[in-house]
Design a protein around this ligand. Structure first.
Ligand code: URA
Length: 247
Protein backbone atom coordinates (compact mmCIF):
# COMPACT_ATOMS: atom_id res chain seq x y z
CA UNK A 1 0.00 0.00 0.00
CA UNK A 2 1.27 3.43 -0.94
CA UNK A 3 -0.01 6.97 -0.53
CA UNK A 4 -2.23 7.93 -3.41
CA UNK A 5 -0.22 10.98 -4.45
CA UNK A 6 2.92 8.81 -4.66
CA UNK A 7 1.16 6.23 -6.84
CA UNK A 8 -0.16 8.95 -9.12
CA UNK A 9 3.24 10.59 -9.45
CA UNK A 10 4.94 7.25 -10.17
CA UNK A 11 2.39 6.54 -12.88
CA UNK A 12 3.47 9.78 -14.55
CA UNK A 13 0.27 11.74 -13.89
CA UNK A 14 2.08 14.83 -12.54
CA UNK A 15 4.45 15.85 -9.76
CA UNK A 16 3.56 14.65 -6.28
CA UNK A 17 2.56 18.19 -5.25
CA UNK A 18 0.26 18.57 -8.27
CA UNK A 19 -1.24 15.15 -7.55
CA UNK A 20 -2.04 16.28 -4.01
CA UNK A 21 -3.88 19.25 -5.49
CA UNK A 22 -5.80 16.94 -7.82
CA UNK A 23 -6.84 14.79 -4.87
CA UNK A 24 -7.98 17.83 -2.89
CA UNK A 25 -9.88 19.08 -5.94
CA UNK A 26 -11.86 15.83 -6.02
CA UNK A 27 -10.49 14.55 -9.33
CA UNK A 28 -9.28 11.22 -8.00
CA UNK A 29 -11.30 8.08 -7.33
CA UNK A 30 -10.26 4.77 -5.84
CA UNK A 31 -12.58 1.89 -6.68
CA UNK A 32 -15.24 4.36 -7.80
CA UNK A 33 -15.10 6.34 -4.54
CA UNK A 34 -13.96 9.92 -4.61
CA UNK A 35 -10.96 10.69 -2.38
CA UNK A 36 -10.61 14.31 -1.23
CA UNK A 37 -8.17 14.01 1.66
CA UNK A 38 -4.46 13.38 1.64
CA UNK A 39 -3.04 10.34 3.41
CA UNK A 40 -5.30 7.75 1.77
CA UNK A 41 -3.36 4.67 0.72
CA UNK A 42 -4.04 2.25 -2.12
CA UNK A 43 -2.49 -0.73 -3.88
CA UNK A 44 -1.90 0.09 -7.54
CA UNK A 45 -1.81 -3.59 -8.44
CA UNK A 46 -5.30 -4.20 -7.06
CA UNK A 47 -7.23 -0.93 -6.78
CA UNK A 48 -8.80 0.85 -9.73
CA UNK A 49 -7.51 4.40 -9.54
CA UNK A 50 -8.85 7.09 -11.86
CA UNK A 51 -7.97 10.72 -12.43
CA UNK A 52 -10.69 12.75 -14.10
CA UNK A 53 -12.40 9.48 -14.94
CA UNK A 54 -9.33 7.96 -16.65
CA UNK A 55 -7.64 4.92 -15.20
CA UNK A 56 -3.95 5.34 -14.45
CA UNK A 57 -1.35 2.82 -15.50
CA UNK A 58 -0.85 0.52 -12.54
CA UNK A 59 2.94 0.56 -12.76
CA UNK A 60 5.65 2.16 -14.75
CA UNK A 61 6.75 -0.17 -17.50
CA UNK A 62 10.49 -0.60 -17.58
CA UNK A 63 12.58 -1.95 -20.43
CA UNK A 64 16.26 -2.37 -19.70
CA UNK A 65 19.33 -3.71 -21.46
CA UNK A 66 22.16 -5.12 -19.35
CA UNK A 67 25.59 -6.14 -20.57
CA UNK A 68 25.72 -9.18 -18.32
CA UNK A 69 29.22 -10.21 -17.27
CA UNK A 70 30.09 -13.91 -17.17
CA UNK A 71 29.84 -15.49 -13.72
CA UNK A 72 26.41 -13.99 -13.02
CA UNK A 73 23.16 -15.89 -12.89
CA UNK A 74 20.07 -14.79 -14.77
CA UNK A 75 17.64 -14.88 -11.87
CA UNK A 76 16.36 -12.65 -9.11
CA UNK A 77 18.14 -14.39 -6.24
CA UNK A 78 20.50 -17.30 -5.70
CA UNK A 79 20.43 -19.55 -2.65
CA UNK A 80 24.15 -20.23 -3.19
CA UNK A 81 24.92 -16.53 -2.91
CA UNK A 82 26.32 -16.10 -6.41
CA UNK A 83 26.00 -12.76 -8.19
CA UNK A 84 22.62 -12.22 -9.86
CA UNK A 85 21.60 -9.79 -12.59
CA UNK A 86 19.68 -7.60 -10.09
CA UNK A 87 23.06 -6.75 -8.51
CA UNK A 88 23.85 -4.83 -11.71
CA UNK A 89 20.76 -2.60 -11.70
CA UNK A 90 21.48 0.09 -9.13
CA UNK A 91 18.57 2.48 -8.58
CA UNK A 92 15.97 0.17 -10.13
CA UNK A 93 13.32 -0.40 -7.47
CA UNK A 94 10.78 -2.16 -9.70
CA UNK A 95 10.82 -5.92 -9.93
CA UNK A 96 12.12 -6.63 -13.39
CA UNK A 97 12.71 -10.05 -14.81
CA UNK A 98 14.89 -11.26 -17.66
CA UNK A 99 13.55 -11.75 -21.17
CA UNK A 100 14.91 -15.26 -21.73
CA UNK A 101 18.12 -16.44 -20.12
CA UNK A 102 21.85 -16.31 -20.54
CA UNK A 103 23.96 -19.07 -18.98
CA UNK A 104 26.13 -18.34 -15.95
CA UNK A 105 29.20 -18.35 -18.23
CA UNK A 106 27.63 -16.38 -21.07
CA UNK A 107 28.00 -12.62 -21.25
CA UNK A 108 26.36 -9.88 -23.22
CA UNK A 109 22.97 -8.47 -24.06
CA UNK A 110 20.20 -9.33 -21.62
CA UNK A 111 16.83 -7.57 -21.72
CA UNK A 112 14.90 -7.10 -18.50
CA UNK A 113 11.37 -5.80 -18.01
CA UNK A 114 8.34 -5.76 -15.75
CA UNK A 115 6.07 -6.01 -18.82
CA UNK A 116 5.00 -9.65 -18.99
CA UNK A 117 3.34 -9.29 -22.35
CA UNK A 118 6.52 -7.88 -23.90
CA UNK A 119 8.61 -10.69 -22.40
CA UNK A 120 6.19 -13.34 -23.67
CA UNK A 121 6.10 -11.96 -27.17
CA UNK A 122 9.87 -11.89 -27.44
CA UNK A 123 10.52 -15.32 -25.97
CA UNK A 124 7.59 -17.31 -27.31
CA UNK A 125 9.07 -20.15 -29.42
CA UNK A 126 6.67 -19.48 -32.29
CA UNK A 127 7.90 -15.91 -32.67
CA UNK A 128 11.46 -16.80 -33.74
CA UNK A 129 13.11 -13.54 -32.73
CA UNK A 130 16.74 -13.61 -33.95
CA UNK A 131 19.53 -13.56 -31.37
CA UNK A 132 23.14 -13.08 -32.44
CA UNK A 133 26.17 -14.34 -30.52
CA UNK A 134 29.91 -14.25 -30.88
CA UNK A 135 31.04 -17.76 -30.05
CA UNK A 136 34.77 -18.26 -29.56
CA UNK A 137 35.68 -21.91 -29.94
CA UNK A 138 38.81 -24.02 -29.79
CA UNK A 139 40.41 -24.89 -33.12
CA UNK A 140 39.81 -23.90 -36.69
CA UNK A 141 36.20 -24.13 -37.76
CA UNK A 142 35.95 -25.54 -41.27
CA UNK A 143 33.33 -24.73 -43.87
CA UNK A 144 31.68 -28.13 -43.45
CA UNK A 145 30.98 -27.38 -39.78
CA UNK A 146 29.54 -23.99 -40.69
CA UNK A 147 27.30 -25.61 -43.29
CA UNK A 148 25.96 -28.03 -40.70
CA UNK A 149 25.26 -25.20 -38.25
CA UNK A 150 23.54 -23.34 -41.03
CA UNK A 151 21.28 -26.12 -42.18
CA UNK A 152 20.35 -27.55 -38.77
CA UNK A 153 21.95 -29.80 -36.16
CA UNK A 154 20.46 -32.86 -34.53
CA UNK A 155 20.49 -32.28 -30.78
CA UNK A 156 18.99 -34.51 -28.12
CA UNK A 157 15.89 -32.28 -28.03
CA UNK A 158 15.48 -32.33 -31.82
CA UNK A 159 16.78 -30.59 -34.93
CA UNK A 160 17.77 -26.96 -34.65
CA UNK A 161 16.24 -24.60 -37.16
CA UNK A 162 18.63 -23.03 -39.70
CA UNK A 163 21.11 -20.54 -38.25
CA UNK A 164 23.13 -17.81 -39.89
CA UNK A 165 26.87 -18.10 -39.36
CA UNK A 166 29.98 -16.26 -40.46
CA UNK A 167 33.59 -15.95 -39.41
CA UNK A 168 34.16 -13.04 -37.07
CA UNK A 169 37.80 -13.61 -36.06
CA UNK A 170 40.48 -16.26 -36.47
CA UNK A 171 43.33 -16.27 -33.94
CA UNK A 172 46.01 -18.64 -35.17
CA UNK A 173 48.35 -17.97 -32.20
CA UNK A 174 45.72 -19.07 -29.72
CA UNK A 175 44.20 -21.64 -32.08
CA UNK A 176 40.76 -20.11 -31.59
CA UNK A 177 37.98 -19.10 -33.98
CA UNK A 178 35.19 -16.66 -33.28
CA UNK A 179 32.00 -17.24 -35.21
CA UNK A 180 29.07 -14.88 -35.41
CA UNK A 181 25.94 -17.03 -35.14
CA UNK A 182 22.29 -15.97 -35.30
CA UNK A 183 19.66 -18.38 -34.03
CA UNK A 184 15.88 -18.07 -34.06
CA UNK A 185 15.19 -20.30 -31.07
CA UNK A 186 16.07 -20.13 -27.42
CA UNK A 187 16.71 -23.65 -26.20
CA UNK A 188 18.78 -24.36 -23.14
CA UNK A 189 22.53 -23.95 -23.85
CA UNK A 190 21.68 -24.11 -27.51
CA UNK A 191 24.72 -22.38 -29.04
CA UNK A 192 27.16 -24.34 -26.88
CA UNK A 193 25.45 -27.62 -27.77
CA UNK A 194 25.38 -26.77 -31.49
CA UNK A 195 29.13 -26.16 -31.55
CA UNK A 196 29.83 -29.25 -29.45
CA UNK A 197 27.84 -31.27 -31.98
CA UNK A 198 30.25 -30.17 -34.73
CA UNK A 199 33.30 -30.89 -32.57
CA UNK A 200 34.13 -27.47 -31.12
CA UNK A 201 34.03 -26.53 -27.46
CA UNK A 202 32.82 -22.99 -26.83
CA UNK A 203 35.29 -21.16 -24.62
CA UNK A 204 33.62 -17.76 -24.70
CA UNK A 205 30.06 -16.83 -25.58
CA UNK A 206 28.69 -13.32 -25.85
CA UNK A 207 25.26 -12.22 -27.06
CA UNK A 208 25.63 -9.07 -29.11
CA UNK A 209 22.14 -8.61 -30.57
CA UNK A 210 18.53 -9.33 -29.71
CA UNK A 211 16.15 -8.72 -32.62
CA UNK A 212 17.62 -5.67 -34.32
CA UNK A 213 18.88 -4.14 -31.08
CA UNK A 214 22.64 -4.30 -30.54
CA UNK A 215 24.76 -4.10 -27.42
CA UNK A 216 26.98 -1.47 -29.05
CA UNK A 217 29.14 0.50 -26.61
CA UNK A 218 27.41 -0.53 -23.38
CA UNK A 219 30.18 -1.45 -20.94
CA UNK A 220 30.41 -4.84 -19.23
CA UNK A 221 28.17 -4.90 -16.14
CA UNK A 222 26.37 -1.69 -17.20
CA UNK A 223 22.70 -1.23 -18.01
CA UNK A 224 20.60 1.34 -19.81
CA UNK A 225 16.91 1.99 -20.45
CA UNK A 226 15.68 1.08 -23.91
CA UNK A 227 14.41 3.97 -25.97
CA UNK A 228 10.66 3.72 -26.74
CA UNK A 229 11.49 3.28 -30.43
CA UNK A 230 13.69 0.29 -29.52
CA UNK A 231 10.79 -1.25 -27.58
CA UNK A 232 8.57 -0.80 -30.64
CA UNK A 233 11.25 -2.26 -32.92
CA UNK A 234 11.55 -5.34 -30.72
CA UNK A 235 7.78 -5.82 -30.64
CA UNK A 236 7.78 -5.35 -34.41
CA UNK A 237 10.43 -8.03 -34.93
CA UNK A 238 8.48 -10.50 -32.74
CA UNK A 239 5.32 -9.91 -34.77
CA UNK A 240 7.11 -9.87 -38.15
CA UNK A 241 9.10 -13.06 -37.61
CA UNK A 242 5.98 -14.70 -36.20
CA UNK A 243 4.19 -14.05 -39.48
CA UNK A 244 7.10 -15.12 -41.68
CA UNK A 245 7.54 -18.45 -39.90
CA UNK A 246 3.81 -19.13 -39.70
CA UNK A 247 3.45 -19.35 -43.51
N1 URA B 1 23.17 -20.42 -26.05
C1 URA B 1 23.94 -20.90 -25.08
O1 URA B 1 24.54 -21.96 -25.22
N2 URA B 1 24.04 -20.20 -23.93
C2 URA B 1 23.39 -19.03 -23.73
O2 URA B 1 23.52 -18.44 -22.66
C3 URA B 1 22.60 -18.55 -24.77
C4 URA B 1 22.50 -19.26 -25.92
Amino acid sequence: MERLQKILAQAGVASRRKCEEMILAGLVEVNEEKVTTLGVKADPAVDVITVNGRRIRSENKLYLMLNKPKGVITSASDPQGRKVVADFLPGIKERVYPVGRLDYDTEGLLLLTNDGEFANLLTHPSHHVPKTYHATVKGTVHGTALEKLQSGIKLEDGMTSPAEVEYHDINLDKNETTISITIYEGRNRQVRRMFEAVGHKVIKLKRIKFGDIGLQQLGRGKFRHLHPTEVQELLGSARKTHKVHKK
